[in-house]
Design a protein. Sequence first.
Length: 367
Amino acid sequence: MPQAKHLLIGSTRSGSGKSATILGLTYNLQVKGYKIGYGKPIGTFTTKELPESAERTEADVEFIQQVLNLPQSLLRPTLLNLDRSALQRRLSGEDKADYSNKLDEYKKLIEGDLVLLEAPANTAEGAIFGLSLEEMANQLEAPILLVMRFGSLLVVDHILVAKQRFGDRLLGVVINDIPDEQYETAIEVLHPYLENQGIPVFALMPENRTLRSVSVSEIIEQLGATVLCCPENIDLGKVMVEELKIGAMDVNSAQSYFRKSYNKAVVTGSSRIDLQFAALETSTNCLILTGRPFISDDVAHKAMELGVPILSVSKDTLSTVGIIESCLGQVRLHEGVKVTSICDMMAKYFNFDRFLKLMDIKALATA
């Protein structure tokens, strides 16, 4: 039986959409009849601070396994979790393990047509363990698919540097989160330029508000918030927030300000009952109150009537806003609505025929 091919999915910074790309790739290749494996050699985390220690099961691996119904035989083991304890053991010399040899074990697991391996957050992370993106690609003799958030046309600089660094190991790129007003420029200018530089572009993905959103349950977890009010029939894991607004102005200004945003969360003081009502009169999916954990009966009644959850946080407004903006700034896939969205987008925008050809994976016979 031939050895399964490996492909490293990497990026130059965290939050670029590697997990989303892997999910969409795997799902659509499964639909085409291919057996796709998955692994994440280094376990990483959603928090800014490294945890002291981590659970053995990596959250992304567990999630993708469950969503895509991957059997254990198609999973590659996580070699280590990038927590503070692991780093300290490595730095002190206590951990002398040769992780490149452990990575070699992947080659012995032959089941599957293709194994997608999720690399660390950026091109440097993991180097202390010999498990940076480039080191893993070289060890496995595997190509690299680079996933990039658009930001601006300056994304081309990062891609060119990656091409210089990885050379022929760079299979191509996926560029996502392209604003509508710049999508035509990306197609007509950026795409042909990269192709002329010998860098295949497999997909140019427009921005998607659903993918940039965050569930209220995730907000609660990240903020350590208390739920003051929520209708019993509302699943907070399915209530998505796409924007964040701060209520700190006079009520007349607030009404105009709030109407400009949809599916938003509003952060305001628990004493600003006027702003709470103003928010509830517009497209608001969650109210987050700072200060004393208090809610008026009238506001609670209105929120219950509209199905809007109200949270209380002990943090100050600036800290609260920073945490929520961080959540909104990354594509976290652990909500079902996002899974459907990314799979549909990949089916529409990703060039699977070219991908399979460059990976030298034979087309399957169709009935």
